[in-house]
Design a protein around this ligand. Structure first.
Ligand code: SF4
Ligand code: SF4
Length: 385
Protein backbone atom coordinates (compact mmCIF):
# COMPACT_ATOMS: atom_id res chain seq x y z
CA UNK A 1 0.00 0.00 0.00
CA UNK A 2 1.33 3.39 -0.90
CA UNK A 3 -0.20 5.56 1.78
CA UNK A 4 -2.59 5.25 4.70
CA UNK A 5 -4.69 7.76 6.61
CA UNK A 6 -7.71 7.99 8.88
CA UNK A 7 -11.12 8.93 7.50
CA UNK A 8 -13.94 9.85 9.85
CA UNK A 9 -17.61 9.60 8.86
CA UNK A 10 -17.44 12.99 7.15
CA UNK A 11 -14.46 11.66 5.24
CA UNK A 12 -16.46 8.64 4.10
CA UNK A 13 -19.15 10.96 2.75
CA UNK A 14 -16.44 13.08 1.14
CA UNK A 15 -15.14 9.94 -0.59
CA UNK A 16 -18.56 9.30 -2.12
CA UNK A 17 -18.93 12.97 -3.08
CA UNK A 18 -15.46 13.09 -4.62
CA UNK A 19 -16.03 9.99 -6.72
CA UNK A 20 -19.41 11.28 -7.89
CA UNK A 21 -17.73 14.57 -8.74
CA UNK A 22 -15.23 12.65 -10.86
CA UNK A 23 -18.14 11.15 -12.80
CA UNK A 24 -18.35 7.76 -11.10
CA UNK A 25 -21.64 6.08 -10.31
CA UNK A 26 -20.97 4.93 -6.73
CA UNK A 27 -22.34 1.45 -6.05
CA UNK A 28 -22.39 0.31 -2.43
CA UNK A 29 -24.22 -2.00 -0.02
CA UNK A 30 -27.82 -1.12 0.84
CA UNK A 31 -30.68 -2.89 2.57
CA UNK A 32 -33.45 -3.77 0.12
CA UNK A 33 -36.33 -6.24 0.54
CA UNK A 34 -34.67 -7.86 3.53
CA UNK A 35 -31.32 -8.44 1.87
CA UNK A 36 -28.04 -6.57 1.62
CA UNK A 37 -27.54 -5.77 -2.06
CA UNK A 38 -25.36 -3.49 -4.16
CA UNK A 39 -27.07 -0.36 -5.49
CA UNK A 40 -26.23 3.22 -6.34
CA UNK A 41 -25.59 5.40 -3.28
CA UNK A 42 -24.99 9.11 -2.88
CA UNK A 43 -25.00 9.35 0.93
CA UNK A 44 -23.60 7.31 3.78
CA UNK A 45 -27.17 7.27 5.13
CA UNK A 46 -28.02 4.77 2.39
CA UNK A 47 -25.41 2.34 3.72
CA UNK A 48 -26.71 -0.46 5.99
CA UNK A 49 -25.63 1.05 9.29
CA UNK A 50 -26.15 -1.36 12.18
CA UNK A 51 -27.35 -4.17 9.88
CA UNK A 52 -25.67 -7.56 9.91
CA UNK A 53 -26.47 -10.82 8.20
CA UNK A 54 -26.86 -14.49 9.13
CA UNK A 55 -25.98 -17.04 6.49
CA UNK A 56 -26.16 -20.80 6.75
CA UNK A 57 -26.70 -23.50 4.11
CA UNK A 58 -29.98 -22.59 2.41
CA UNK A 59 -30.63 -19.73 4.82
CA UNK A 60 -30.18 -15.94 4.69
CA UNK A 61 -31.42 -13.31 7.15
CA UNK A 62 -30.46 -9.75 7.99
CA UNK A 63 -30.38 -8.70 11.61
CA UNK A 64 -30.14 -5.57 13.69
CA UNK A 65 -26.65 -5.52 15.16
CA UNK A 66 -27.33 -2.80 17.68
CA UNK A 67 -24.16 -0.92 16.70
CA UNK A 68 -23.18 1.87 14.35
CA UNK A 69 -21.04 -0.12 11.92
CA UNK A 70 -21.64 0.46 8.19
CA UNK A 71 -19.89 -2.66 6.90
CA UNK A 72 -20.36 -5.34 9.58
CA UNK A 73 -21.88 -8.01 7.39
CA UNK A 74 -20.46 -10.77 5.21
CA UNK A 75 -20.87 -10.95 1.46
CA UNK A 76 -23.78 -9.06 -0.10
CA UNK A 77 -26.48 -11.30 -1.57
CA UNK A 78 -25.11 -10.81 -5.07
CA UNK A 79 -21.52 -9.88 -5.86
CA UNK A 80 -20.23 -7.14 -8.17
CA UNK A 81 -20.47 -9.61 -11.06
CA UNK A 82 -23.69 -8.18 -12.57
CA UNK A 83 -22.13 -4.71 -12.64
CA UNK A 84 -18.95 -5.61 -14.49
CA UNK A 85 -20.36 -8.62 -16.36
CA UNK A 86 -24.12 -8.03 -16.75
CA UNK A 87 -26.62 -10.88 -16.69
CA UNK A 88 -28.15 -9.61 -19.94
CA UNK A 89 -26.11 -7.52 -22.30
CA UNK A 90 -27.04 -6.39 -25.79
CA UNK A 91 -24.27 -7.14 -28.26
CA UNK A 92 -25.79 -5.44 -31.30
CA UNK A 93 -29.09 -4.23 -32.74
CA UNK A 94 -30.10 -4.51 -36.38
CA UNK A 95 -32.82 -2.29 -37.85
CA UNK A 96 -34.44 -2.91 -41.22
CA UNK A 97 -35.77 0.08 -43.11
CA UNK A 98 -36.65 1.04 -46.68
CA UNK A 99 -33.06 2.14 -47.09
CA UNK A 100 -31.63 -1.23 -46.05
CA UNK A 101 -30.36 -2.82 -42.87
CA UNK A 102 -28.25 -0.99 -40.28
CA UNK A 103 -26.40 -2.55 -37.40
CA UNK A 104 -25.40 -0.64 -34.29
CA UNK A 105 -23.04 -1.97 -31.66
CA UNK A 106 -23.68 -1.94 -27.93
CA UNK A 107 -22.63 1.18 -26.02
CA UNK A 108 -18.81 1.03 -26.22
CA UNK A 109 -18.40 3.66 -23.51
CA UNK A 110 -20.01 2.49 -20.24
CA UNK A 111 -20.33 4.96 -17.36
CA UNK A 112 -17.48 4.84 -14.81
CA UNK A 113 -18.40 2.86 -11.72
CA UNK A 114 -16.92 3.01 -8.20
CA UNK A 115 -17.62 -0.11 -6.17
CA UNK A 116 -17.71 0.73 -2.47
CA UNK A 117 -17.43 -1.94 0.20
CA UNK A 118 -16.49 -5.01 -1.80
CA UNK A 119 -14.97 -7.83 0.24
CA UNK A 120 -11.70 -9.66 -0.22
CA UNK A 121 -13.57 -12.59 -1.76
CA UNK A 122 -15.28 -10.41 -4.34
CA UNK A 123 -12.09 -8.52 -5.11
CA UNK A 124 -10.44 -11.90 -5.73
CA UNK A 125 -13.37 -12.84 -7.98
CA UNK A 126 -12.69 -9.72 -10.07
CA UNK A 127 -9.07 -10.85 -10.39
CA UNK A 128 -10.39 -14.22 -11.58
CA UNK A 129 -12.59 -12.53 -14.19
CA UNK A 130 -9.67 -10.36 -15.26
CA UNK A 131 -7.70 -13.55 -15.91
CA UNK A 132 -10.56 -15.32 -17.67
CA UNK A 133 -11.93 -12.43 -19.71
CA UNK A 134 -8.89 -10.27 -20.36
CA UNK A 135 -5.80 -12.46 -20.50
CA UNK A 136 -6.65 -14.96 -23.21
CA UNK A 137 -6.44 -14.73 -27.00
CA UNK A 138 -9.92 -13.22 -27.27
CA UNK A 139 -10.47 -10.30 -24.91
CA UNK A 140 -14.01 -9.54 -23.73
CA UNK A 141 -14.06 -5.95 -24.93
CA UNK A 142 -17.18 -4.99 -22.99
CA UNK A 143 -15.81 -6.28 -19.69
CA UNK A 144 -12.50 -4.60 -20.55
CA UNK A 145 -14.27 -1.25 -21.04
CA UNK A 146 -16.09 -1.55 -17.71
CA UNK A 147 -12.97 -2.57 -15.82
CA UNK A 148 -10.99 0.30 -17.33
CA UNK A 149 -13.59 2.68 -15.89
CA UNK A 150 -13.94 1.05 -12.49
CA UNK A 151 -12.63 2.24 -9.14
CA UNK A 152 -12.55 -0.42 -6.43
CA UNK A 153 -12.91 0.39 -2.73
CA UNK A 154 -12.56 -2.80 -0.73
CA UNK A 155 -13.48 -3.02 2.94
CA UNK A 156 -11.87 -5.51 5.31
CA UNK A 157 -14.49 -8.05 6.32
CA UNK A 158 -15.14 -7.94 10.06
CA UNK A 159 -18.17 -10.24 10.25
CA UNK A 160 -17.83 -13.40 8.16
CA UNK A 161 -20.97 -15.48 7.87
CA UNK A 162 -21.49 -19.13 8.67
CA UNK A 163 -20.96 -20.03 5.01
CA UNK A 164 -17.73 -18.04 4.50
CA UNK A 165 -14.35 -19.69 3.94
CA UNK A 166 -12.23 -16.96 2.32
CA UNK A 167 -9.42 -17.63 4.83
CA UNK A 168 -9.07 -21.16 3.40
CA UNK A 169 -8.89 -19.77 -0.13
CA UNK A 170 -6.40 -17.04 0.75
CA UNK A 171 -8.74 -14.28 -0.47
CA UNK A 172 -9.72 -12.61 2.81
CA UNK A 173 -10.79 -11.34 5.24
CA UNK A 174 -8.19 -8.69 4.42
CA UNK A 175 -8.64 -7.68 0.77
CA UNK A 176 -5.75 -8.69 -1.47
CA UNK A 177 -4.37 -7.04 -4.59
CA UNK A 178 -6.40 -4.98 -7.00
CA UNK A 179 -8.26 -2.42 -4.90
CA UNK A 180 -7.71 1.29 -5.44
CA UNK A 181 -8.51 1.89 -1.79
CA UNK A 182 -8.82 -0.48 1.16
CA UNK A 183 -10.85 0.64 4.17
CA UNK A 184 -10.92 -1.01 7.57
CA UNK A 185 -13.77 0.13 9.78
CA UNK A 186 -12.71 0.80 13.37
CA UNK A 187 -15.06 1.45 16.28
CA UNK A 188 -13.46 1.80 19.70
CA UNK A 189 -12.86 4.33 22.44
CA UNK A 190 -11.00 6.45 19.90
CA UNK A 191 -14.11 6.81 17.79
CA UNK A 192 -15.79 5.53 14.63
CA UNK A 193 -13.32 5.83 11.79
CA UNK A 194 -11.70 4.07 8.86
CA UNK A 195 -8.08 3.20 8.23
CA UNK A 196 -7.80 4.02 4.52
CA UNK A 197 -4.94 2.56 2.48
CA UNK A 198 -4.24 3.45 -1.13
CA UNK A 199 -3.66 0.44 -3.38
CA UNK A 200 -3.05 2.25 -6.65
CA UNK A 201 -1.88 5.67 -7.87
CA UNK A 202 -5.53 6.54 -8.61
CA UNK A 203 -6.48 5.54 -5.07
CA UNK A 204 -3.65 7.62 -3.63
CA UNK A 205 -4.80 10.59 -5.71
CA UNK A 206 -8.38 10.34 -4.43
CA UNK A 207 -7.21 9.79 -0.84
CA UNK A 208 -5.03 12.92 -1.04
CA UNK A 209 -8.11 15.04 -1.78
CA UNK A 210 -10.10 13.80 1.25
CA UNK A 211 -10.20 15.30 4.74
CA UNK A 212 -8.00 12.85 6.66
CA UNK A 213 -5.79 12.68 9.71
CA UNK A 214 -2.58 10.72 10.02
CA UNK A 215 -2.87 7.04 10.93
CA UNK A 216 -0.73 5.89 13.82
CA UNK A 217 0.50 2.57 15.16
CA UNK A 218 -2.62 2.11 17.30
CA UNK A 219 -4.89 2.50 14.27
CA UNK A 220 -2.86 -0.04 12.32
CA UNK A 221 -2.88 -2.45 15.25
CA UNK A 222 -6.66 -2.06 15.57
CA UNK A 223 -7.05 -2.80 11.84
CA UNK A 224 -4.85 -5.90 12.15
CA UNK A 225 -7.00 -7.04 15.09
CA UNK A 226 -10.13 -6.79 12.88
CA UNK A 227 -8.49 -9.21 10.42
CA UNK A 228 -7.44 -11.62 13.16
CA UNK A 229 -10.88 -11.65 14.78
CA UNK A 230 -12.63 -12.21 11.45
CA UNK A 231 -10.24 -15.03 10.54
CA UNK A 232 -10.99 -16.70 13.87
CA UNK A 233 -14.75 -16.45 13.21
CA UNK A 234 -14.65 -17.93 9.72
CA UNK A 235 -17.76 -20.08 9.28
CA UNK A 236 -16.18 -22.86 7.24
CA UNK A 237 -12.97 -24.35 6.08
CA UNK A 238 -11.91 -26.03 2.86
CA UNK A 239 -8.78 -28.12 2.61
CA UNK A 240 -7.18 -26.92 -0.61
CA UNK A 241 -4.21 -29.27 -0.95
CA UNK A 242 -4.30 -31.59 -3.97
CA UNK A 243 -7.77 -30.44 -5.06
CA UNK A 244 -7.02 -30.90 -8.76
CA UNK A 245 -5.77 -34.44 -8.20
CA UNK A 246 -8.69 -35.22 -5.88
CA UNK A 247 -11.34 -33.97 -8.30
CA UNK A 248 -9.77 -35.66 -11.35
CA UNK A 249 -9.47 -38.94 -9.46
CA UNK A 250 -13.09 -38.69 -8.27
CA UNK A 251 -14.75 -38.87 -11.69
CA UNK A 252 -16.55 -42.07 -10.73
CA UNK A 253 -17.17 -41.38 -7.07
CA UNK A 254 -20.58 -42.54 -5.80
CA UNK A 255 -20.86 -39.10 -4.21
CA UNK A 256 -22.08 -37.60 -7.51
CA UNK A 257 -25.18 -39.80 -7.41
CA UNK A 258 -25.70 -38.89 -3.77
CA UNK A 259 -25.58 -35.16 -4.48
CA UNK A 260 -27.81 -35.61 -7.55
CA UNK A 261 -30.56 -36.91 -5.29
CA UNK A 262 -30.53 -33.56 -3.47
CA UNK A 263 -29.60 -31.10 -6.22
CA UNK A 264 -32.55 -29.47 -8.02
CA UNK A 265 -30.39 -28.26 -10.93
CA UNK A 266 -31.93 -24.85 -10.23
CA UNK A 267 -28.70 -23.00 -11.24
CA UNK A 268 -28.82 -20.71 -8.17
CA UNK A 269 -25.25 -21.59 -7.21
CA UNK A 270 -23.87 -20.48 -10.56
CA UNK A 271 -26.01 -17.34 -10.70
CA UNK A 272 -24.66 -16.08 -7.36
CA UNK A 273 -21.10 -17.30 -7.85
CA UNK A 274 -18.89 -14.27 -8.50
CA UNK A 275 -16.54 -16.24 -10.76
CA UNK A 276 -18.95 -18.31 -12.90
CA UNK A 277 -18.93 -16.88 -16.41
CA UNK A 278 -20.93 -19.28 -18.61
CA UNK A 279 -23.06 -17.39 -21.11
CA UNK A 280 -25.36 -18.06 -23.99
CA UNK A 281 -26.44 -15.90 -26.91
CA UNK A 282 -30.09 -15.08 -27.63
CA UNK A 283 -31.61 -13.30 -30.59
CA UNK A 284 -34.86 -11.38 -30.09
CA UNK A 285 -36.90 -9.40 -32.58
CA UNK A 286 -39.83 -7.04 -32.24
CA UNK A 287 -43.32 -7.87 -33.50
CA UNK A 288 -42.75 -6.13 -36.83
CA UNK A 289 -39.60 -8.12 -37.50
CA UNK A 290 -37.82 -4.86 -38.35
CA UNK A 291 -35.70 -4.68 -35.20
CA UNK A 292 -33.52 -7.55 -34.10
CA UNK A 293 -31.18 -7.69 -31.12
CA UNK A 294 -28.51 -10.14 -30.10
CA UNK A 295 -27.99 -10.47 -26.35
CA UNK A 296 -25.43 -12.26 -24.26
CA UNK A 297 -27.10 -13.74 -21.17
CA UNK A 298 -25.75 -15.67 -18.21
CA UNK A 299 -26.15 -19.41 -18.55
CA UNK A 300 -25.26 -22.28 -16.27
CA UNK A 301 -23.51 -25.62 -16.57
CA UNK A 302 -26.35 -26.95 -14.39
CA UNK A 303 -28.87 -26.56 -17.21
CA UNK A 304 -29.42 -29.52 -19.52
CA UNK A 305 -29.29 -27.35 -22.61
CA UNK A 306 -25.90 -25.88 -21.81
CA UNK A 307 -24.03 -29.01 -22.87
CA UNK A 308 -26.22 -29.81 -25.87
CA UNK A 309 -24.27 -30.65 -29.00
CA UNK A 310 -25.58 -32.37 -32.13
CA UNK A 311 -27.23 -35.58 -30.99
CA UNK A 312 -28.02 -34.51 -27.43
CA UNK A 313 -26.67 -33.23 -24.16
CA UNK A 314 -23.19 -34.25 -23.12
CA UNK A 315 -24.10 -34.17 -19.42
CA UNK A 316 -27.66 -35.49 -19.23
CA UNK A 317 -27.75 -36.27 -15.49
CA UNK A 318 -27.75 -33.84 -12.59
CA UNK A 319 -24.88 -35.75 -11.04
CA UNK A 320 -22.77 -35.26 -14.17
CA UNK A 321 -23.55 -31.55 -14.16
CA UNK A 322 -22.70 -31.09 -10.48
CA UNK A 323 -19.47 -33.01 -11.07
CA UNK A 324 -18.68 -30.77 -14.05
CA UNK A 325 -19.24 -27.63 -11.96
CA UNK A 326 -17.21 -28.72 -8.94
CA UNK A 327 -14.42 -30.32 -10.98
CA UNK A 328 -14.02 -27.19 -13.08
CA UNK A 329 -14.32 -24.80 -10.16
CA UNK A 330 -11.76 -26.50 -7.94
CA UNK A 331 -9.88 -28.90 -10.19
CA UNK A 332 -9.35 -27.80 -13.78
CA UNK A 333 -9.71 -24.03 -13.25
CA UNK A 334 -6.28 -23.85 -11.59
CA UNK A 335 -4.85 -25.78 -14.56
CA UNK A 336 -6.50 -23.40 -17.04
CA UNK A 337 -5.97 -20.10 -15.30
CA UNK A 338 -3.39 -20.67 -12.57
CA UNK A 339 -5.83 -19.81 -9.80
CA UNK A 340 -8.82 -21.36 -8.08
CA UNK A 341 -12.27 -20.78 -9.52
CA UNK A 342 -13.60 -20.51 -5.97
CA UNK A 343 -12.88 -17.51 -3.74
CA UNK A 344 -14.68 -18.82 -0.65
CA UNK A 345 -17.57 -16.31 -0.60
CA UNK A 346 -20.03 -19.03 0.45
CA UNK A 347 -22.90 -17.73 -1.70
CA UNK A 348 -23.47 -21.06 -3.47
CA UNK A 349 -24.02 -22.59 -0.02
CA UNK A 350 -26.29 -19.84 1.31
CA UNK A 351 -28.48 -19.62 -1.78
CA UNK A 352 -28.79 -23.35 -2.51
CA UNK A 353 -32.41 -24.31 -1.78
CA UNK A 354 -31.22 -27.84 -1.01
CA UNK A 355 -28.48 -26.56 1.35
CA UNK A 356 -25.77 -28.35 -0.64
CA UNK A 357 -22.38 -27.26 0.65
CA UNK A 358 -19.31 -27.66 -1.54
CA UNK A 359 -17.02 -27.80 1.51
CA UNK A 360 -18.99 -30.82 2.73
CA UNK A 361 -19.01 -32.39 -0.74
CA UNK A 362 -15.24 -32.03 -1.09
CA UNK A 363 -14.71 -33.54 2.36
CA UNK A 364 -16.94 -36.47 1.33
CA UNK A 365 -14.93 -36.94 -1.86
CA UNK A 366 -11.77 -36.99 0.25
CA UNK A 367 -13.28 -39.67 2.46
CA UNK A 368 -14.30 -41.71 -0.59
CA UNK A 369 -10.84 -41.34 -2.11
CA UNK A 370 -9.21 -42.43 1.14
CA UNK A 371 -11.33 -45.58 1.13
CA UNK A 372 -10.82 -46.42 -2.52
CA UNK A 373 -7.74 -48.13 -3.84
CA UNK A 374 -6.00 -45.81 -6.31
CA UNK A 375 -7.21 -46.59 -9.85
CA UNK A 376 -4.90 -45.29 -12.57
CA UNK A 377 -7.59 -45.93 -15.23
CA UNK A 378 -10.26 -43.86 -13.42
CA UNK A 379 -10.48 -41.10 -16.02
CA UNK A 380 -10.57 -43.55 -18.90
CA UNK A 381 -13.53 -45.54 -17.63
CA UNK A 382 -17.20 -44.69 -18.04
CA UNK A 383 -18.09 -41.65 -15.95
CA UNK A 384 -21.42 -40.56 -14.46
CA UNK A 385 -23.74 -39.46 -17.28
S1 SF4 B 1 -26.29 -27.29 -5.99
FE1 SF4 B 1 -28.07 -26.22 -5.04
S2 SF4 B 1 -28.10 -24.18 -5.98
FE2 SF4 B 1 -26.78 -25.48 -7.26
S3 SF4 B 1 -28.17 -26.28 -8.85
FE3 SF4 B 1 -28.14 -27.80 -7.19
S4 SF4 B 1 -29.90 -27.25 -5.88
FE4 SF4 B 1 -29.49 -25.47 -7.19
S1 SF4 C 1 -18.05 -21.73 -5.73
FE1 SF4 C 1 -19.40 -20.95 -4.10
S2 SF4 C 1 -18.04 -20.28 -2.44
FE2 SF4 C 1 -16.79 -20.52 -4.31
S3 SF4 C 1 -16.74 -18.47 -5.26
FE3 SF4 C 1 -18.48 -19.56 -6.19
S4 SF4 C 1 -20.26 -19.03 -4.92
FE4 SF4 C 1 -18.43 -18.45 -3.75
Amino acid sequence: MERDAILDLGGLQALIDTLRGLGYRVIGPTLRDGALVLAEVSSIEQLPQGIGDEQQPGRYRTRDRGDEAFFSFAATAQSAKPILFPADEMLWRGVRSHQGFTVTDADPDPAPVALLGIRGCDLAAIRVHDAVLLSRNEVDVRYQARRARSFLIAVTCSAPAGTCFCASMGTGPRPGEGADLVLTELIDDRGHRFLAEAGSPEGAQVLATLPTTDANADDRAAAAAVVTAATDRMGRELRTDDLTELLFASAESPRWKDVAERCLACTNCTMVCPTCFCTSVEDVSDLTGDVDERHRVWDSCFSLEYSRLHGGAVRPSTGARYRQWLTHKLGSWPVQFGMSGCVGCGRCITWCPAAIDLTVEVAALRDDAAQTTARPDALASTPER
